[in-house]
Design a protein around this ligand. Structure first.
Ligand SMILES: [Zn+2]
Length: 557
């Protein structure tokens, strides 16, 4: 009995340039047998015809090559972000448009904790807050002290690089004016103002931060991550959180991906920061060993490094003229999260063992350090087709893109920033000219750099139709078109979300297009991205996904 299924569809967009469209796709043993017409595919012999997608549009499953497993775990906690956001279960959380609305929601949560008799020493944790939207007003411990002076409160910011805590949290953690850890700005009164910048400072809020982080690898949170992906047509993610080799995270992933009902493939990046590794060579050996263990839904081979912070948090490293309008308490030109003068040596350790290095670089100064480090690694240990990738690439210059092309590097561009922070970048962080040139997909294309675009979920919501809409339209909440000349076509955006993503994680031989021999991973859409008005791209409904020939329907309405 053959297990061949031929799916009829309204339209199939394959991303295979030699066979770009079809009206039917045949699947056998979880793989694509071919794309064409039903009559053509029937020649493969015994089969069943499936009409459930007859009025849908099929594309290769989207490849979200920069997001974090914590995207699922975050939903263990309440959301207090600026924009409306939908949970993996499909519930819509309304955004908090003002600091007072954040404070009000936190107060409600505190009342609920009190009503539930949760002891006062248990922290209140919420996530997604972003003070940059509050018209220049910053959020300090005093705002949260209005909610409680006894229960520690920890608000994790949308950027993932910052937290705001109340005085009870500072006291419980023993954080004071003389705490030597960088990233603890003081208020005018000489006391920490409640902001904790970057992981080293956030870790001091031990009880809350450790609790938050401990949820992130649980099987429950990984299932939520997979549901979030399924709801937006994503069939493969790269978890760039980097904690993949910690015992808890690895066993969580092994458990969920062994379940045939798990609707997601994952490339797990490993970061020295989260493994406690002091020797980069040892870690490189460990990861190189894991590559051989890669399974159907679980893949290894990427090292994640983080060079600087975020532009909107004023912690990214920028070349001259640096920040336009930074707050007074911001660090001078951001923070290095790794020593720039050791990057060549560090990158070389991973590069020479055949691994691919993906390095978080928001600012152009960070990109420069990483690109130079890759150049040094290549000079000492020539290797072809490394695909070392600049992650975020927000201010990468044309000269840097040209050099990346020459070195065989890839870019993963944070297009969602144009919508979520575009107005702030124009007004506060880098000014109009550089904001128009941020997240420069058209430049990457012109200079011949293979690229993808990403959400960095949970920093912004996962969803490639929205991310593609950002890259194609570059519209900001103020209604500005921020950088007309960096807009790209719908096809180029769709390519970036599929083959572009698969290429930079070295899975393009398996996924990223619908063609004979590849895995049967589809995004099932209600409309054709190539047919709708490009400003409507983000509104296309997603039915769900097919992963390895198995259909998974979205729960979002
Ligand atoms: Zn990230």
């Amino acid at each position: 009995m053959s297990n061949t299924v031929i799916y009829r569809a309204r339209m199939i967009r394959t991303m295979n340039p030699a066979n770009p469209t079809g009206s039917a796709i045949a699947v056998r043993d979880g793989k694509v047998l071919g794309v064409g017409t039903v009559d053509e595919l029937a020649a493969w012999g015994e089969h069943t015809i499936e009409d459930k997608f007859a009025d849908k549009v099929l594309m290769p499953g989207f490849v979200e090559s920069h997001c974090h497993a914590m995207s699922g775990g975050m939903w263990t906690y309440p959301y207090v972000g600026f924009f409306d956001r939908r949970s993996p279960e499909g519930k819509l959380w309304r955004g908090c448009g003002k600091i007072d609305e954040v404070v009000d929601r936190v107060a409600e949560l505190n009342e609920q904790m009190n009503a539930d008799d949760i002891p006062e020493d248990q922290p209140l944790i919420a996530w997604g807050v972003d003070p940059l939207y509050f018209a220049g007003e910053r959020m300090y411990r005093q705002h949260l002290d209005r909610v409680s002076t006894t229960r520690p409160i920890f608000l994790h910011h949308a950027s993932g690089h910052l937290a705001t805590v109340n005085t009870a949290m500072l006291d419980a953690a023993g954080i004071g004016a003389d705490t030597p850890t960088p990233g603890i700005p003081l208020g005018e009164d000489g006391v920490p103002n409640g902001e904790l910048q970057e992981p080293a400072a956030m870790q001091l809020a031990g009880s809350a931060f450790a609790k938050l982080m401990s949820e992130m690898g649980s099987p429950d949170s990984l299932w939520r991550y997979a549901f979030e992906a399924r709801n937006c047509g994503v069939t493969t993610v790269t978890d760039l959180g980097g904690a993949a080799l910690t015992e808890q995270r690895l066993s969580g992933w092994e458990q969920v991906t062994a379940d045939p009902a798990f609707p997601l493939r994952a490339m797990l990046a490993v970061s020295p920061e989260f493994t406690g590794a002091t020797d980069h060579g040892d870690l490189a050996d460990q990861v190189a060993d894991k590559v051989a263990d890669s399974a159907d839904k679980l893949h290894f081979g990427i090292i994640k490094l983080v060079l600087d912070g975020s532009i909107q948090g004023f912690t990214a490293r920028l070349n001259w003229p640096q920040y336009m309008n930074p707050p007074e308490d911001a660090a001078e030109n951001g923070i290095w999260l790794m020593p720039p003068d050791q990057m060549a040596e560090i990158v070389t350790e991973y590069h020479r063992r055949g691994l691919t290095v993906h390095c978080h670089c928001n600012g152009d100064q960070a990109t420069e350090v990483f690109v130079d480090a890759v150049e040094a690694a290549l000079e000492n240990h020539p290797r072809f087709d490394t695909r070392h990738t600049v992650q975020h690439c927000q201010l990468t210059t044309k000269a840097q893109y040209r050099k990346m092309a020459a070195l065989g590097m890839c870019a993963n561009i944070f297009s969602n920033h144009i919508w979520y922070w575009g107005d702030q970048h124009r007004e506060f962080t880098v000014g109009p000219e550089r904001a128009r040139g941020m997240d420069a997909c058209a430049t990457a294309l012109r200079e011949g750099v293979s690229f993808s675009i990403h959400s960095d979920s949970p920093v912004t919501p996962m969803g490639h139709l929205h991310t593609a809409w950002c890259a194609v339209n570059r519209i900001t909440p103020d209604g500005d078109v921020l950088g007309v000349h960096e807009r790209i076509s719908v096809h180029d955006a769709m390519y970036a979300c599929t083959i572009g993503g698969a290429h930079q994680i070295k899975m393009d031989h398996l996924i990223g297009s619908l063609e004979a021999g590849k895995l049967a991973d589809f995004a099932v859409l209600e409309d054709d991205p190539y047919e709708v008005d490009p400003v409507e791209l983000k509104n296309i409904k997603v039915w769900g996904t097919v992963v390895g020939g198995v259909a998974y329907q979205s729960t979002a309405d």
